[in-house]
Design a binder for this molecule. Structure first.
Ligand SMILES: O=C(O)CCC(=O)C(=O)O
Ligand SMILES: [Fe+2]
Length: 323
């Protein structure tokens, strides 16, 4: 088959930003050159790891496994963990009532830090059993950084969330909370088990494909109006590379099609995406939370939630915090 642009081979399942990105002004390399890049051209061996996941020699491996719980061993090996029926119905109802009062429909709250103003979101995102589970899995307190509250697939292409962090940062984590039974045709969360132990997609290496004004971090935090953010632009590079890798190495793609109250926790280096929905406009009722190590330098100011757990608050938003 002939493709005008070799990346178009994967077009039917490519992220929604793909066409916009490759037709935009962002890249300093030609599309032909970009399409030749492989995973090793965008990834690097990370220097920091959570204790549980870190690779060890055979004896140490046996010592570690002898004391770990089944959940810890699963997370260590797979980079994700599913807990069924984890969030109580009352907390979900309370949050859905808030959305109803605000007449959100399937829309999000319009800001990734809506948890500052709405304790209903924090009661889910910082559910005490989850705060505890994070200590078990990451061996540290993880603070809430952002929440995605739109009831649709993000349609983000393949990526690890840790590509937004500094090279030597400790791994972050994400949690996918199902607020209802999720229809598999709504574009579920998809992931590649074990990919948290691959080399880590690096913002520095991705930057070499971009014109200076579109590089991380400035293009991540301050994208110009009408232009894609850094994450949206680099999807056009990462997405086809991961698809090629899936094809060449015969990797298994798993989908999370949860029931109400189920959660999936994923390690910040697990490769995942929000699938393109089979049926457009189908609701996907979920909250997605991103969490980072509380004690890591430069992460910002966290406040303690009433039931335990911590959430990031920019000092400018301090007056907006509600309990
Ligand atoms: O839409 C999805 O389920 C994927 C979301 C995602 O990639 C993220 O929140 O980090
Ligand atoms: Fe993500």
């Amino acid at each position: 088959m002939f493709f005008k642009n070799p990346l178009e081979k994967y077009a039917s399942s490519l992220s929604k930003n793909f066409t916009r990105a490759i037709n935009g002004p962002y890249f300093c390399k030609s599309l032909k050159e970009i399409s030749k890049a492989g995973y090793d051209d965008i990834a690097i061996q990370p220097s920091s790891e959570v204790y549980l996941v870190g690779k060890r020699d055979e004896t140490e491996e046996r010592m570690l496994n002898a004391t770990l719980s089944d959940d810890q061993i699963f997370y260590r090996e797979n980079g994700y963990l599913i807990k069924r029926n984890f969030i109580p119905d009352e907390l979900i109802e309370e949050y859905m009532d808030l959305r109803e009062r605000l007449q959100l429909g399937d829309a999000g709250f319009g800001t990734p830090v809506s948890y500052v103003e709405h304790p209903e979101i924090r009661r889910i995102a910082l559910y005490p059993k989850l705060v505890e589970l994070f200590r078990d899995l990451h061996g540290m307190d993880m603070g809430l950084l952002v929440t995605h509250t739109r009831h649709r697939s993000t349609e983000r292409g393949w990526h690890p969330d840790g590509y937004l962090d500094a090279q030597d940062a400790l791994p972050r984590a994400g949690v996918w909370f199902a607020l209802d039974d999720i229809d598999p045709r709504s574009g579920p969360f998809e992931y590649i088990a074990g990919s948290h132990r691959w080399k880590m997609v690096s913002n520095q290496m991705l930057n070499t494909f971009l014109k200076p004004e579109y590089r991380w971090p400035q293009a991540h935090f301050g994208a110009k109006k009408g232009e894609l953010t850094w994450g949206g632009i680099v999807e056009a590079i990462i997405d086809p590379i991961v698809m090629k890798k899936i094809e060449q190495e015969n990797l298994v793609v798993e989908s999370f099609c949860p029931a109400k109250g189920d959660i999936l926790i994923w390690h910040g280096r697990l490769i995942h995406r929000g699938a393109v929905p089979e049926i457009r406009g189908l609701s996907r009722p979920s909250v997605i939370g991103q969490y980072v190590p509380l004690h890591e330098k430069g992460r910002g100011m966290f406040m303690r939630n009433s039931g335990g757990g911590f959430f990031l608050v920019r000092p400018a938003l301090y007056d907006a915090v509600k309990f």
